[in-house]
Ligand binder design. Structure first.
Ligand code: NAP
Length: 546
């Protein structure tokens, strides 16, 4: 320990190590973490698999990809200059604009010089002797650092459906999260979309106007609500900029860091007419208000939830002309908002087009993908393009892809075999000096808000270690057990935890992910921050420090 302390105080970096810290991933979390660690005077290297910055916004270039939380509430809040300079053009910016934004951030803060692109990390092992981490890249090269910070994203490992014959298709096929940089021409094409989550919905509503014919293969319908996007005029732009401090302060107070706050009333504390009028108002408003700003009990009380589900079902019936199609689009196995709500722009009207067909896989499952299309139990379809909007191996998938080895060579994948175990969603016992950003058991919500908090917390911890001459930081087993139990307990009673979705760890396209797990912190963001703040204020004494 003495040697390690000496090294720390003389050069800020242990001899023989390549960096003070390695960050895996140059998305929103990785970029901000790099910025913050540089402020501590640390030598930092970011390894990024892509050829550019942006993470989610680099990879998800599918047609129609855009925010569904308000652009201004999504951007970074840490730099006044950045807030003054950057102007979002729409209330919910499209992917190209968001990617431009993240490139702008990388340039403005000169971040690229510490990022190594086209560098996929395949393994990371803890070296007890030197209190460090050694990471290995796909090309076999290795690098060492005192601290390892994962910024690998909760929705970054795309999964293709396990359908027989998938690779036999001779037309073009794309997963939405591996979309080519060159735009795909849909004009006159026969196109299939498999998947109707937030991504599928955005893709379908966007390409429907261009395709020759579109066939949507839907396994489970999702409840969707209107996005009501619009351009931001000069007057509104001024108001947004002037209102940033209040808006970010508000995001800190809300349950999931969105700008919407739940209505304090219960759904049955108002008359039927008032309830209907309130739902009508929310349905006509921008963004997630209908989900995050609804009656306080719609996501916990089955009867309250049924009232909003019934309202939205009626909207679907009004908007879709063919009653049979409308019924297929109405979810039956989960209530409104119990899965992540896709926000849409004339999505339902797409099904009124003559050249669009909805195939309900509950009635006619896919038998196989063929060289020229898709065969269901009812018939064979021919396609030029198949789009897989089939989602992600969420939250733990990106961790499973890297061979993380803690002390004694313990594999993280083995440790998390029956579900993740973490301390504050930030650390794991047996994996000293490793911190996770947006890993399991952290508050996600409006992600950049959560990212900024977690990055600041990690920076605070590392800064404390450096000031105190500490070179080994580890969560205790008791701390991990307590947090994991706490996260599980928080999930009890939430309707969303009784539903299959990526939020409950289900992905039947991945072996071993067929059972629900508690992968997500489902308490409030303020409560999460209060607990993490408490740990910091207590001098991190809950950790094993050396
Ligand atoms: P997703 O919500 O997991 O949806 C995947 C879809 O593919 C589901 O409809 C699923 O059906 C279907 N599917 C998967 N395997 C299938 C198979 N073998 N056969 C038939 N259908 C299959 O994934 P996503 O739409 O990519 O969205 C994931 C998350 O990303 C969202 O919830 C959201 O948090 C985020 N996102 C955000 C934005 C935004 O901010 N604007 C946009 C897009 C996505 P089942 O439901 O039956 O499993």
């Amino acid at each position: 320990m003495a040697a390690a302390r000496l090294a720390q105080s003389s050069s800020d970096m242990a001899p023989g190590l390549d960096y003070d810290a390695i960050i895996v991933g140059a998305g929103m979390s990785g970029l901000y973490q790099l910025y913050r660690l540089r402020e501590l005077g640390m030598k930092v290297r970011v390894f990024e698999a892509a050829t550019g910055v942006g993470g989610t916004w680099y990879w998800n270039r599918y047609p129609g990809a855009r925010f569904d939380s308000e652009s201004y509430s999504y951007g970074y809040s840490f730099s006044k200059h950045l807030l003054e300079e950057w102007e979002w053009s729409e209330h919910f910016a499209g992917q190209p604009e968001t990617l431009r934004y993240l490139n702008y951030v990388a340039d403005k803060f000169d971040l690229r010089r510490d990022i190594q692109f086209s560098s996929r990390v395949t393994a990371a092992s803890n070296e007890e002797e030197t209190r460090s981490w050694r990471i290995t890249l796909e090309d076999g090269s290795c690098f060492t650092a005192r601290f390892l910070i994962t910024a690998i994203g909760p929705l970054s490992t795309p999964t293709l459906p396990r359908i027989e014959g998938r690779d036999s298709f001779e037309g073009k096929s794309f997963h939405t999260a591996r979309w080519p940089k060159k735009p795909v021409d849909f004009v006159g094409q026969r196109v299939a979309v498999i998947g109707t989550g937030a991504t599928g919905v955005q893709t379908i509503q966007t390409i429907a106007k261009d395709v020759g014919h579109l066939t949507v293969f839907q396994r489970t319908p999702n409840w969707c609500a209107p996005l009501h996007n619009g351009r931001i005029d000069a007057e509104t732009q001024k108001r947004i900029k002037a209102g940033y401090p209040e808006m970010f302060a508000r995001c800190q107070e809300t349950f999931a860091c969105f700008i919407h706050t739940p209505d304090p009333r219960g759904a049955f504390e108002v008359s039927d007419e008032e309830r209907e009028a309130f739902y009508e108002k929310l349905y006509g408003e921008r963004g997630f208000g209908i989900w995050q700003g609804n009656f306080r009990d719609i996501l916990i009380d089955r009867k309250a939830n049924a009232t909003i589900s019934d309202f939205v079902a009626r909207k679907i019936r009004e908007r879709v002309k063919d009653p049979k199609v409308a019924e297929k689009l109405i979810p039956r196995n989960h209530g409104f908002g119990t899965r992540r709500l896709p926000l849409e722009t004339f999505y339902y009207e797409v099904y009124n087009q003559d050249n669009v067909e909805l195939v309900d896989l509950g009635e006619t499952p896919i038998e196989r993908i063929t060289p020229d299309g898709i065969r269901t139990t009812a018939r064979a379809y021919q396609f030029d393009i198949i789009i897989f909007a089939t989602g992600f191996d969420a939250i733990t998938g990106a961790f499973d892809n890297i061979d993380f080895r803690g002390t004694g060579g313990v594999r993280l994948k083995d440790k998390w075999k029956s579900g993740p175990q973490t301390y504050l969603g930030l650390m794991v016992d047996g994996f000293p000096n490793m911190m996770m950003l947006m890993g399991p058991h952290t508050a996600l919500g409006n992600i950049p808000r959560s990212i900024e908090y977690s990055v600041d917390w990690v920076t605070g911890l590392i800064g404390f270690a450096r000031r105190s001459g500490l070179t080994r930081l580890e969560a205790t087993t008791a701390g991990v057990e307590a947090w994991t139990e706490h996260v599980k307990a928080l999930g009890a009673g939430l309707l969303s935890n009784e539903v299959d979705s990526w939020m409950t760890g289900i992905n039947r396209n991945v072996e071993g992910k067929e059972k629900r797990i508690v992968a997500r912190y489902s308490g409030s963001a303020p409560a999460y921050r209060a607990r993490c703040d408490e740990v910091a204020a207590g001098g991190y004494s809950e950790l094993k420090l050396a």
